[in-house]
Design a binder for this molecule. Structure first.
Ligand SMILES: Cc1cc2nc3c(=O)[nH]c(=O)nc-3n(C[C@H](O)[C@H](O)[C@H](O)COP(=O)(O)OP(=O)(O)OC[C@H]3O[C@@H](n4cnc5c(N)ncnc54)[C@H](O)[C@@H]3O)c2cc1C
Length: 261
């Protein structure tokens, strides 16, 4: 990185190696380079990734395999899958999932980013926050308001290449953990993408995202099992090795368990 200290794990490098091993598309259709296996194989991989002692690395991988690609694989057009899913499975591109915003975390329905139509394009404005992989990502699967209707029916998932004019990768957000992960704040100012980058049906984005979350959250749980087991093992080891400081002064009972007044 031009001699500068690397600020996050190198997703392109890691993903290419995983892609070559066929590990980024276990549950994805074979037509796009995946292995076409059922979800239990994805869970097995998530559990195995828990052996990595640096949480940001498995999380980056999980975003690619189980967070930003499930809706694309299930509802995207063939053209969209060839353009975005196949390279993601091969490890040739890095994706991210853009749902959260400064004012919308758990309450996904209240996102404010919006897209208006102009000719054959969507013109997108807004911001996304806490987005894993976003500073390195080649594209974002973005949840955005595409209409004025009821909040659960006015949203769409749109594929947004991250080199579009009007995108500002504002900064890596400082966190208390997952420091190797590039969790970004991203601004969108009149960003133009073709309407054919819409995943599935316009207005169905909230539903697609809730379905996508099911794979995401289960992946997160599976990937934590090994790291939590490690925490227990390390705690036991520490408790067994630790030398207890015994006060050197005698007490009235002959024990040395109380501190002097
Ligand atoms: C390391 C990291 C990586 C992330 N990566 C991504 C990413 O790649 N893409 C993305 O879109 N987002 C990402 N996020 C954002 C994440 O999805 C949100 O943090 C999450 O949705 C919670 O939103 P919030 O932080 O705004 O908390 P809030 O929604 O403000 O919630 C704060 C607390 O209030 C509770 N709460 C909220 N609403 C209710 C309610 N109605 N009833 C009871 N309790 C409630 C919550 O359980 C929580 O304890 C990431 C976050 C982190 C920390």
């Amino acid at each position: 990185m031009n001699g500068k200290r690397r600020k996050f794990s190198p997703a392109h490098e890691v993903f290419k190696k995983l892609g070559n091993l066929g590990l980024l598309g276990l549950t994805k259709p074979e037509a796009y380079g995946g292995a076409g296996l059922d979800y239990s194989y994805g869970v097995a991989m998530a559990e195995a990734l828990g052996h990595i002692d640096c949480g940001g690395v498995p999380m980056a991988i999980g975003v690619q395999t189980d967070m930003c690609t499930p809706a694309l694989a299930r509802f995207g057009s063939d053209e969209l899958k060839r353009e975005f899913l196949a390279p993601a499975i091969a490890g040739d591109s890095v994706g991210c999932i853009g749902v959260s915003e400064p004012g919308a975390g758990s309450d996904v329905a209240s996102i404010k980013s919006h897209a208006r139509k102009d000719g054959g394009d969507y013109v997108i404005s807004g911001q996304k926050m806490w987005i894993t992989n976003s500073l390195q990502a080649d594209w974002m699967c973005m949840l955005v308001n595409t209409g004025e209707g009821p909040v659960h029916k006015n949203k769409s998932l749109v594929m947004v290449p991250m080199d579009c004019k009007g995108i500002e990768k504002a900064r890596k957000i400082r966190k208390i953990g997952m420091n190797s992960s590039d969790t970004g704040l991203i601004y969108f100012d009149d960003v133009r993408v073709p309407q054919r980058y819409l995943i599935g049906t316009e207005g169905a984005g909230f539903t697609y995202q809730m379905m996508q979350f099911q794979e995401e959250r289960l992946w997160c749980a599976a990937s934590c099992i090994q790291s939590l087991s490690n925490c227990i093992a390390w705690t036991v080891e520490w408790a067994q090795e630790r030398k207890l400081l015994v006060p050197p002064w005698p007490t009235s009972s002959g024990c040395s368990s109380s501190w002097p007044k």
